[in-house]
Write a protein that binds this ligand. Structure first.
Ligand code: GCU
Length: 616
């Protein structure tokens, strides 16, 4: 029986979506035309197509603007820019790997795509959807600006006025600028490659006048420490794009459970509280997904949702009320053998397949939201996910606008994936230097995350206090007070000291919370063999893992898992040892060609032993 608590007004409770968010979710279930494929481009490092020679933004109708097409013919020969098939890029895809001159390029590239759109249905609405553009996107259609988005790893959409969309000859231009900036998120300094471009799918979406914009249906956590009931309570909401018509009804259907209920929509957001029939709970051992249909008289979306609960409870992480030990690995969203950003289902299968081969039941998607195919595949494979916004290292924590930008990315990350059973942790950052300003900034992000989603754990990679006392490394980062999962990165034996220092080192935290090692690792270049004291040799990396694992076996009883750094070698402009790195961070357990290093087998054995002991 579905018990509905209707919201006559938009309740300012955490469960309800923030009004300012116009993100359309579950794009795969919408009527859409793909705009992927070959786009023409102009590389524009001086932004000549955007500013005049006095560095003033060009008027929208200025013939020299690179978003304009209908330049008066008498000026066409004077026009000093143009798009031709001589200069093309593939979308989705970063530009760095597509042209040798773009490997290190940081600046503006103008992308242009012509497309036709069949007779539109009167009254329907149209949106241009981008899976991700790194970093800033200014979007124009037929010479009119639709909007601007910042943030390199989260989706966004702009409405296309129906009057602007033509049946033939549409001219879509996107100015992409991946310049790093001290006041952006991430900031100037990162240990990953600054891949620029339209890096994920582009679609033109067609939806009814009033459509299902977003929805969430997740199990409500029962009393702390308890497993969900046999017929568990699910909560959530359905958000329409505008106020409902009179007598508008919303239907929630789960065919496999023979479950269907209609509820009146009395506001733009209708809160749901649903007593589900007996469900098979989602877990890594049994990643059960149900087809869920959400519909109104004019719109219908179909999703696959797994039902489970996750919580930090005392010193443990409980999945469906049972202790979960996370055998993880950190992953960058990169396909090393092609030296490019990952974006496709095949890419997700490669990366998650390698993680499973290592024996993982968890992945830390570092240091930014990965693409939606990855989190949906993790749902299907039964791999729990740590998802993170790139509040990384030395962000400008004193800036209100940087906090606002961080919250936009947090909102987009959570909104896109709040129905993904695999996602159990939202991380608000990584290795941010401790100060009161930083802790206030991060606490504000944690509060925002909880308001958006109170069904998952919140975490961040915290700082370690190495001076707390003899051989005890303590996690007493003040931010630890506000997270659910106390996570930290350590490189004992790589950054300082030798791996045998692990033998006399102990770890602890001042917080009575679960403790998670979010990074540890050492570099090893495949095929470089020497004694174990020789840095960058496979033998050194293998020794590092042997010593680390021996130390991990002595961790305190709130140790709930680890996501070593890193699945595969990845590109970084900071790694310039001419013999062993050459622009690659070599901490991968796989190298950039997919070969396993000696250390892979050591960690794999550790995970096999744990899986045997925990029986999962
Ligand atoms: C840091 C950081 C990673 C980086 C790693 C390393 O902990 O979180 O992004 O790549 O160390 O030094 O390799």
């Amino acid at each position: 029986m579905i018990k509905i608590i209707l919201t006559g007004v938009l309740l300012a409770t955490g469960l309800l979506a923030t009004a300012q968010n116009n993100l359309i979710t579950n794009i795969g279930s919408r009527k859409a035309v793909s705009l992927n494929g070959t786009w023409q481009y102009i590389v524009d490092p001086y932004e000549t197509g955007f500013y005049d020679y006095r560095y003033k933004e060009l008027r929208e109708d200025h013939p020299d603007a690179y978003w304009n097409t209908d330049v008066p013919t008498d000026r066409s020969e004077k026009k000093e820019h143009g798009y031709t098939d001589k200069y093309t890029l593939q979308v989705p895809g970063d530009w760095n790997h597509q042209k040798p001159e773009f490997v290190y390029y940081e600046g503006t590239v103008w992308y242009k795509k012509n497309f036709s759109y069949p007779k539109t249905t009167a009254g329907n609405k149209y949106y241009l959807y981008f899976g991700a553009v790194n970093y800033r996107a200014d979007v124009y259609l037929n010479g009119k600006k639709l909007g601007m988005h910042k943030g390199g790893f989260t989706p966004f959409n702009f409405e296309v006025p129906a009057t602007l969309l033509k049946e033939t000859g549409n001219f879509l231009v996107v100015k992409v600028d991946n310049k790093r900036d001290a006041n952006e998120v991430p900031t100037l300094n990162t240990d990953w490659w600054n891949y620029g471009g339209i890096t994920r799918d582009v679609k033109l979406i067609e939806v009814p006048q009033n459509f299902i914009q977003d929805y969430v249906i997740q199990l409500k956590r029962p009393q702390p420490g308890k497993a969900p009931a046999k017929s568990p309570l699910a909560e959530g909401w359905v958000k329409l794009s505008q106020q409902p018509a009179a007598n508008e009804m919303i239907s929630i259907e789960i065919p496999e459970l023979k479950y269907k209920k209609q509820v009146p929509a009395t506001a733009q957001v209708t809160k749901l509280s649903i007593n589900l029939p007996k469900v098979q709970l989602w877990s890594p051992v049994q990643p059960k997904l149900y087809k869920v249909l959400v519909s109104t008289a004019t719109d219908r979306v179909e999703d696959k949702i797994g039902f489970r609960t996750i919580e930090a409870y005392g010193k443990q992480v409980l999945l469906n009320g049972k202790p979960l030990f996370m055998r993880g690995i950190s992953i960058h969203g990169e396909i090393p053998q092609d030296v490019r950003r990952a974006y496709s289902e095949a890419d997700a299968r490669q990366l998650l397949g390698q993680a499973r081969e290592l024996g993982c039941n968890m992945v830390r998607l570092a240091h930014y939201p990965h693409d939606e195919t990855t989190t949906r595949l993790a749902d299907s494979l039964g791999i729990v996910v740590w998802s993170e916004i790139p509040v990384y290292w030395t962000i400008n924590f004193g800036s209100a606008e940087v906090l606002a930008k961080s919250k936009v990315q947090l909102n987009e990350m959570i909104t896109r994936d709040h129905n993904r059973a695999s996602v159990i942790i939202w991380s608000v950052g990584n290795e941010t230097p401790i100060s009161q300003t930083r802790t206030n900034f991060m606490k504000s992000l944690i509060t925002a995350a909880r308001e958006l989603d109170n069904t998952r754990m919140i975490s961040a990679a915290l700082e370690v206090n190495y001076n707390s006392g003899k051989n005890l490394n303590l996690i007493d980062d003040p931010l630890g007070e506000f997270v659910d999962l106390v996570a930290f990165n350590e490189y004992l034996g790589w950054y300082g000291g030798l791996p045998d220092k692990c033998r006399t080192t102990n770890w602890g935290t001042v917080y009575n919370k679960p403790l998670f090692v979010s990074e540890t690792g050492a570099e090893g270049k495949t095929g470089f063999h020497a004694d174990s004291l020789t840095r960058f040799s496979e033998e050194y990396q293998a020794w590092y893992y042997r010593e680390q694992i021996a130390m991990l076996k002595r961790m305190p009883d709130n140790y709930v898992g680890i996501s070593p750094w890193v699945l595969a070698d990845f590109r970084s402009p900071k790694r310039n040892n001419p013999l062993y790195q050459e622009g690659w961070n070599r901490k991968g357990l796989y190298d950039d060609k997919g070969n396993k290093k000696q250390a892979f087998y050591i960690l794999q054995q550790y995970y096999q032993d744990i899986a045997q002991k925990t029986g999962k």
